[in-house]
Write a protein that binds this ligand. Structure first.
Ligand SMILES: Nc1ncnc2c1ncn2[C@@H]1O[C@H](COP(=O)(O)OP(=O)(O)OP(=O)(O)O)[C@@H](O)[C@H]1O
Ligand SMILES: O=P(O)(O)OC[C@H]1O[C@H](OP(=O)(O)OP(=O)(O)O)[C@H](O)[C@@H]1O
Ligand SMILES: O=C(O)c1cccnc1
Length: 475
């Protein structure tokens, strides 16, 4: 689908104006966010593959151009420019699945201002959405302590695209599988599913429903046991069917509980299954679960649950449904000169980091644990002993000297001179890299409640540039 027209009118109004009054300027924009949803300490980036597709395929159809002409806002030259649009600039970005922190440039795009301005809305839409859901999935997977999470959200997502790309992001964040077949097909992800209550209700009785299912799918016998009464009917009927399956040489899969007090029911069901000789039958739980309920079920209540199915709270990030990533102009190049730009706000916290920047993750030389990130000006060399400042102006401890570290650049070239120079890994490969990158972070930054803040620093050079521009603009 061509997404070029999913843009705010003002992007085109500005680009039309740039063509007339700033035709030669190159504009450099950063995408970054200031606040982590759910008071977490990090966001898991996602959406880069779709961002690359959109930029590569950015074009306007004759129908779009006729509509834009009808608005009577744009010059013929601008409409001709849109008709022949082809991105000719550079893009660097942090690969998908990477844990990232407030103020870090997730994506930096550089090219003729008239081009780069046009990508603001759609890139934010893609990156904000998928990063939000990947982050939520990471929280839910953390709570599940390695137990597989099946993504079940398609029916509750805010529309088909949010269902499909949200499920992709959920898998980047750690979900083991999705019930959404389009996502599974398109992105090479495992599909998973059990049965709905309608299957049970469609038969005269529960036992017949289970038996018919087991005949059809003898190796996929995850039976939904809560339609009538989990303990007095659902699990006993499942056990009868499991015995028949074993007699026929099949391995029963297990049960799904989708209502009531999940912990209480899972404990009773576990005992029934074990007593009947099915200690390997798995218990899956679902029903409006999220990281808090899963953590409570496992840690506090010691519920014997093996898998979780999670839909609405994951696919909508219901507890905190917005990642407010922004797209800010950080530099303008003209006649070979680069001029750093800043956006000043009433609050010091919101002042942008000017200039074209590089981002590094620092690892302790001995433990190889990541302990801080540093934002530097591009081409600035990190020194072995380095005085840096907190990137968060509200931090009390503002200056610190860093030493004894290895550094790794986090940004990768994606487009150079309008050509894609990057191949996106598969979603499952991204998931694996993401898990490894999260494991490198300090344990205290991972917890769900009141996590320790991970330090992000800026170099002295960048801090001085910011001060200089702040002072200049203030006068
Ligand atoms: N032991 C438990 N600890 C914490 N949360 C639980 C526990 N058992 C269930 N929950 C959660 O409590 C909520 C129960 O919601 P609700 O009362 O609507 O479910 P229900 O009674 O099964 O109704 P419905 O059939 O409409 O789903 C769900 O979010 C569920 O995940
Ligand atoms: O609760 P979520 O986290 O969103 O997980 C998905 C829910 O969707 C299904 O319920 P639904 O009532 O739609 O249908 P069913 O129970 O009849 O399958 C399923 O049983 C889960 O409860
Ligand atoms: O397969 C399932 O059990 C399933 C799929 C979607 C939503 N709820 C449950």
């Amino acid at each position: 689908m061509n997404l070029s027209m999913i843009t705010d009118l003002y992007e085109l109004s500005m680009a039309n104006g740039y063509q007339q009054v700033l035709p030669k300027e190159v504009g450099v924009f950063d995408i970054f966010f200031r606040r982590v949803p759910d008071n977490g300490s990090f966001v898991v980036t996602a959406g880069l593959a779709q961002a690359i597709e959109v930029i590569s395929d950015f074009h306007f159809s004759q129908e779009d151009l006729a509509y834009l002409q009808s608005l009577k806002l744009f010059t013929d030259d601008f409409l001709t420019f849109l008709e022949n649009f082809h991105f000719s600039g550079d893009l660097s970005a942090i690969p998908e699945g990477t844990p990232v922190f407030p103020r870090e440039p997730l994506l930096t795009i550089s090219g003729p201002l008239i081009q780069t301005q046009l990508f603001e809305t759609i890139l934010l839409n893609i990156i904000n959405h998928q990063s939000l859901i990947a982050t939520k999935a990471r929280r839910i997977c953390y709570a599940a302590q390695g137990r597989p999470i099946m993504e079940f959200g398609a029916r509750r997502a805010q529309g088909p695209s949010a269902a499909t790309l949200g499920a992709r992001a959920a898998v980047i964040g750690g979900c083991a599988s999705t019930s959404n077949l389009l996502t599974a097909e398109k992105f090479g992800i495992a599909s998973a599913g059990t049965m709905a209550h309608s299957w049970i209700e469609a038969f005269p009785d529960e036992l017949t429903a289970f038996e018919k299912w087991a005949e059809l799918y003898p190796d996929n016998s995850a039976l939904l046991v809560d339609t009538y009464d989990v303990i007095n009917s659902g699990v006993p009927n499942a056990i009868k069917v499991f015995k028949e399956l074993v007699a026929k040489g099949h391995q029963p899969v297990g049960i799904r509980i989708d209502s009531g007090d999940i912990s209480h029911l899972a404990k009773l069901a576990r005992k029934q299954l074990d007593d009947a000789g099915f200690p390997n039958a798995k218990i899956t739980a679902s029903n409006a679960l999220n990281e808090a309920t899963i953590q409570s079920l496992l840690l506090n209540q010691k519920a014997p649950i093996d898998n979780f199915g999670v839909g609405e709270d994951l696919i909508t990030s219901a507890s905190d449904p917005v990642l407010s990533g922004v797209y800010k102009l950080v530099a303008v190049k003209h006649l070979g000169q680069t001029v750093a730009k800043i956006k000043i706000s009433d609050s010091r916290e919101k002042v942008t980091l000017p200039g074209i920047k590089s981002l590094y993750r620092l690892y302790n030389k001995n433990s190889h644990q990541a302990f801080a990130d540093v934002i530097a000006l591009k081409n600035e060399q990190l020194t072995t002993e380095m005085l840096v400042r907190s990137a968060d102006p509200l931090d009390t401890k503002q200056k610190i000297t860093l030493s004894n570290f290895d550094s790794m650049p986090l940004q990768t070239d994606i487009f150079i001179n309008g050509k894609v120079v990057y191949t996106s890994p598969s979603v499952m490969a991204i998931q694996k890299q993401s898990q490894a990158a999260v494991q490198e972070l300090p344990e205290e930054t991972l917890r769900l409640t009141n996590p320790n803040k991970y330090p992000v620093y800026i170099t002295e050079k960048l801090a001085r540039l910011q001060e200089k521009l702040l002072n200049k603009q203030a006068h």
